[in-house]
Design a protein around this ligand. Structure first.
Ligand code: 5GP
Ligand code: ZN
Length: 137
């Protein structure tokens, strides 16, 4: 296996199916998923990774990404393999682990230019530990 390639196992009736994930060159979050770019990872599993945002906007600010490259929320939803549900479930696990599930938190998918998306590898922001305001800026 090449150093650029990650193999994960997915359970199936006929036994494990190996899915190869190829990082997209110059994608920052593919680099974090491949451990080529350092990040403070708080939890991970075969399909998703959670790590602290480098520029936190609240006491808790964690990004949850799929290991596989999908540019945005629409393309992740269209993948239709349960990965979006896994990502959201991981976001809630992060909130529980950070102790903000009871007080409440915000999950944000900035999408596209008006949405303020700056990294084109889909990510959920999990933000909490203080009172959020509405409307967002
Ligand atoms: P977006 O603006 O696309 O919704 O969110 C991208 C997020 O990635 C921003 O909150 C930004 O602070 C964070 N970010 C950018 N570069 C890095 C990095 O190298 N490491 C980490 N951990 N977060 C980053
Ligand atoms: Zn990527």
């Amino acid at each position: 296996m090449g150093s650029q390639e990650t193999t994960i196992s997915v359970g199936g009736v006929a036994g494990p199916v190996h899915v190869k994930i190829f990082p997209v060159p110059d994608c920052l979050f593919c680099g974090i998923a491949a451990s080529e770019i350092p990040a403070t990872i708080v939890s991970s599993n075969p399909r998703t990774i959670a790590f602290r945002d480098i520029n936190p906007q609240a006491p808790v600010h964690i990004l949850v990404i799929p290991r596989a490259h999908h540019p945005n929320l629409a393309e992740l939803a269209a993948a239709d393999d349960g990965l979006l549900a896994d990502l959201v479930a991981h976001a809630h696990e992060v909130a529980l682990a950070e102790g903000i599930a009871d007080t409440g938190y915000r999950v944000v998918f900035n999408t596209g230019r008006h949405g303020g998306q700056t990294v084109d590898h889909v990510h959920a922001h999990v933000i909490g530990g203080r009172q959020m305001t509405w409307p967002p800026g």
